[in-house]
Design a protein around this ligand. Structure first.
Ligand code: HEC
Length: 124
């Protein structure tokens, strides 16, 4: 479960940095920290904040992360359809999957991550 470990250690680092910033007036860019977890940043962090809560355990019939067999029939619909269903909601899947600052591109990356394709597959 390296997702979880990375997420936790990142959170610990962020917390430490925030505490530092609170004690001294050192210049720590809050915007930079926020960007790291938001759209276009570390997609695993975004995943842990959002999709993880359902897609890790498969709650409500959610296709589980890394379960390529469960994702195969979903992927057959095409990435555009899956992104649209993630944004609009699909049966027990809530609209936007709890990620309100995700772009369409982020949803595509999250879906590839969960489907076990990795975050960066060459297009085509
Ligand atoms: C509250 C629980 C929950 C969260 C949070 C959640 N999902 Fe889902 N998701 C589901 C469930 C349940 C299904 C299965 C729906 C079905 O087929 O009945 C699903 C299905 C899907 C599908 C397949 C849709 C299809 O057309 O077959 C995609 C894509 C998806 N989720 C993406 C995401 C993404 C991306 C996130 C995070 C941004 C996310 N989900 C967060 C519960 C969740």
């Amino acid at each position: 479960m390296h997702f979880l470990k990375n997420g936790l250690s990142l959170a610990a680092v962020m917390l430490a940095v925030l505490q530092l910033a609170a004690c001294s007036q050192e210049e720590v860019s809050g915007a930079e920290l926020a960007d790291g977890a938001a759209a276009g940043g570390d997609i695993e962090t975004v995943y842990l904040r959002t999709c993880y809560s359902c897609h890790n355990s498969g709650v409500g019939g959610a296709p589980r992360t890394g379960d390529t067999a469960a994702w195969a029939p979903r992927l057959e619909k095409g990435m555009d359809t899956l992104v649209a269903n993630a944004i609009n909601g699909y049966r027990a899947m809530p609209p936007r999957g709890l990620c309100f600052d995700c772009s369409e591109e982020d949803f595509a990356r999250l879906i590839k991550l969960m489907a076990g394709e990795g975050a960066s597959t060459p297009s085509g």
